[in-house]
Ligand binder design. Structure first.
Ligand code: GRG
Length: 296
């Protein structure tokens, strides 16, 4: 009998923690302060949604777990770097992340900057050191996908639009464009990466791409709702920041109920794109449920 979703997720999360422990430079290795701060930013925290999506897509496509570990680690390192930089005074200026002081508060700003830089380059180092696909051209395409998803045409570009939109009234398509890049691109890449570590047809990859796009956007819509409704202790990060910073969100644009309805529509669309996969896509369906129904 298959494990229920929470046992499946908990098993992956705890195994993945060991993987990250081993892949990050040891805290005792010079420069110790930087390596300690990198470990502080990555280990022991976070929902690990992106790695779980990669594991679930990989299981669907018969991928080897050792390859998935590397793919999931690379995505999580990029995500952790983005959180460290996003929390800095020059960006969102936050003091709490994953229930503990942000990296620049615990260490200092210069160290936090270097932590982000080093986590990003470590992600790409892993891709140069480990084989994720038997097909060299596919491996190169996967490296390119991560670079695009995290760079100026993806997450960093979305962050630039976000910083520029403070105090402005964005239209729904403009807001969607910002979040498809800022939050959606990396989530989408996590799904595609998991699948590409295994064996997948172009048609199925296209369906999974659509799934990743829907859950990526749904993740952000739910994030906006939680920011407006949940408390700081539950979120492990400062609640109500969007309103305080006068940021356009799905909640300010549509109201809470319409934002929730939008998340439901994206959820249904995501599930629809998995129809032809049958029982093998169970974990992806459960992750879509988790992303939309989560409380933190
Ligand atoms: C600094 C280049 C650069 C980019 C930052 C992702 C991002 C762009 C900023 C994070 C700020 C933020 C709160 C975005 C909203 C959605 C989001 C990515 C939330 C955090 O992700 P979770 O909830 O975090 O998966 P955990 O801690 O669970 O990993």
């Amino acid at each position: 009998m298959q494990a229920d979703f929470s046992s499946w997720a908990a098993a992956h999360q705890s195994r993945f923690e060991q993987v990250l422990q081993a892949l990050l430079p040891p805290a005792g290795l010079a420069p110790q302060r930087l390596h300690g701060a990198m470990r502080y930013a990555v280990l022991d925290g976070g929902k690990r949604v992106r790695p779980l999506l990669a594991f679930a897509a990989g299981e669907l496509c018969g991928a080897d777990i050792s390859r998935l570990n590397i793919a999931a680690a690379a995505v999580e390192l990029i995500h952790a770097y983005s959180l460290v930089h996003d929390d800095m005074p020059c960006m969102d200026d936050d003091v709490l992340r994953r229930g503990k002081p942000t990296c620049h508060v615990q260490y200092d700003e210069a160290t936090a900057l270097l932590v982000g830089d080093s986590l990003q380059t470590l992600a790409f180092q892993l891709l140069a050191e480990h084989r994720l696909s038997d097909d060299a051209a596919r491996q190169l395409a996967m490296v390119r996908l991560l670079a695009v998803a995290s760079g100026s045409r993806g997450m960093a570009g979305g962050q630039a639009i976000d910083l520029d939109s403070v105090g402005k009234a964005l239209s729904l398509p403009e807001l969607e464009n910002m979040h498809i890049h800022k939050t959606g691109a990396l989530i989408r890449a996590a799904v595609l990466w998991g699948a590409q570590c295994g064996s997948v047809s172009e048609v199925h990859l296209d369906r999974l791409d659509h799934f990743g796009k829907c859950v990526g956007l749904a993740f952000q819509v739910v994030d906006d709702v939680l920011d407006s409704e949940a408390d700081t202790a539950t979120l492990g990060k400062t609640a109500g920041k969007d309103a305080d910073h006068d940021k356009p969100t799905y909640v300010t644009l549509l109201g809470v109920q319409a934002a929730r309805d939008m998340a439901k529509r994206l959820h249904a669309d995501a599930l629809d794109s998995l129809q032809e996969f049958g029982a093998g896509a169970r974990r992806l369906r459960e992750l879509a449920d988790f992303i939309v129904l989560r409380k933190f």
